[in-house]
Design a protein around this ligand. Structure first.
Ligand SMILES: NC(=O)c1ccc[n+]([C@@H]2O[C@H](COP(=O)([O-])OP(=O)(O)OC[C@H]3O[C@@H](n4cnc5c(N)ncnc54)[C@H](OP(=O)(O)O)[C@@H]3O)[C@@H](O)[C@H]2O)c1
Length: 251
């Protein structure tokens, strides 16, 4: 059975759309009729994405670490002038890196945190504004199972993802004044560029992989839930977290 959403005439902003989960979500939203502003740093990959749905996908290169409030405001202002106010957005930008307590690279740890957390706060500050978003807009942020479960040498990533999840509840209470909703999605391991060219069995271990009763995740295993949360069918859901784990947590 196929479930198809109709987002015709709706407008969304996807941050971290040049790859992985964000890219898959951008494609599905565009194919469901939405106008999508796809944001990332890699212009070439953004162009490839635009070529998939040239009339629906707009692109903008932006580094969320450097972007100031004015940059976000300008970006929203331009998109809103072109297509109208947004109906929601997805914040999927994130990087991962090892930060062992004894010998971690502080600059890397800050980049991990800034990309997932402070970038998201800057995004939401503009996105939730009445002048940029229609009443009842829906936002989805990418947290991670790593927010709740320890992986050695991953404290910066885990803390950043936990911060995203924790911030959603107070933000939900603020943005309800415009009837906006916001939720997090927390995947376990999904095969994307984020983990680079690792050979999963060798580097993660066959026994760890075997905990995924449904196999490792693919971007399309996550995007379905994101589209649902963006849709009116999720109109009674806000401030919640949704783990997606392929059976990993059953052990
Ligand atoms: N893959 C997993 O196993 C997994 C599991 C749980 C949660 N997550 C979370 O899901 C989200 C998406 O991950 P993914 O697996 O789809 O990763 P991905 O394929 O590496 O995509 C990450 C996206 O973030 C963008 N990005 C990174 N740094 C940025 C910056 N400074 N400014 C603007 N954009 C930036 C990248 O675009 P550019 O390179 O073009 O800038 C890319 O579009 C992340 O937040 C991640 O933490 C992933």
């Amino acid at each position: 059975m196929n479930i198809n959403f109709d987002f015709t005439g709706k407008n969304f902003v996807i941050v971290g759309a040049s790859s992985g989960i964000g890219k898959q979500t951008a494609i599905e939203l565009a194919r469901s009729g939405a106008n999508v502003l796809a944001i990332g740093r890699n212009i070439e990959r953004l162009e490839q994405l635009k070529n998939i749905c040239p009339t629906q996908i707009f692109t903008m290169s932006l580094d969320v670490i450097d972007a100031e409030q004015d940059d976000w405001a300008k970006l929203f202002s331009n998109f809103v002038s072109a297509v109208g106010k947004i109906d929601g957005g997805v914040y999927s930008a994130g990087i991962v890196g090892l930060t062992p307590l004894n010998s971690f690279d502080r600059e890397l740890a800050h980049r991990i945190f800034d990309t997932s957390f402070w970038g998201m706060i800057n995004f939401m500050q503009s996105a939730a504004k009445k002048k940029f978003s229609n009443v009842g807009s829906s936002f989805v942020l990418l947290s991670s199972l790593a927010a709740d479960f320890g992986t050695k040498s991953l404290f910066a990533y885990s803390a950043a993802k936990a911060a995203v999840k924790a911030a959603v509840k107070p933000i939900a209470k603020e943005i309800i004044r415009n009837r906006h909703r916001i939720n997090t999605v927390s995947p376990a391991m999904v095969k994307t560029d984020m983990l680079g060219n690792i050979t999963y069995e060798d580097e993660i271990g066959a026994s760890e992989i075997s905990r995924y009763l449904l196999g490792l995740g693919k971007p399309e295993d996550i995007s379905g839930l994101i589209l649902f949360l963006l849709s009116d069918r999720a109109g009674w859901i806000t401030g919640q977290d949704f783990p997606l784990d392929g059976g990993y947590l059953l052990d």
